[in-house]
Design a protein around this ligand. Structure first.
Ligand SMILES: [Cu+2]
Length: 111
């Protein structure tokens, strides 16, 4: 009986260790995007789930940027850089698009 109890205790300890261990946090990511006029082909941006992301966008024209899903939205001024800082905590593919030209600048893939 005592042996069984000891076995159970060590089993619980092992489960607790696994639960607390988890994968190492994703390293911070910086994404720099320069959008020409006219915008080029849709880019693919891959981000590790959980990463702290700094996204900088510079547009050639006065524009209106929108990152779907994360719902980041901001007007831009030609040649000036906007910066978004967010945590990539939702897995999936999200369009980064212009609400001025309807161009899809990038597919942002979080996984
Ligand atoms: Cu949109």
């Amino acid at each position: 009986m005592k042996i069984l109890l000891r076995l159970l205790v060590s089993l619980f300890a092992a489960v607790a260790l696994v639960a607390c261990g988890g994968p190492a946090p994703a390293p911070p990511q910086t994404v720099e995007l320069t959008i020409p006029d006219p915008p080029g082909a849709t880019q693919r941006i891959e981000l590790p789930l959980g990463a702290e992301v700094t996204m900088r966008i510079t547009t050639a024209i006065d524009d209106h940027a929108h990152l779907h899903g994360y719902e980041l939205e901001e007007y831009t001024v030609a040649g000036e850089t906007i910066e978004w800082v967010f945590t990539a905590n939702m897995a999936g593919t999200y369009e980064l698009e212009s609400h001025t030209t309807d161009s899809i600048w990038a597919d942002v893939v979080v996984s």
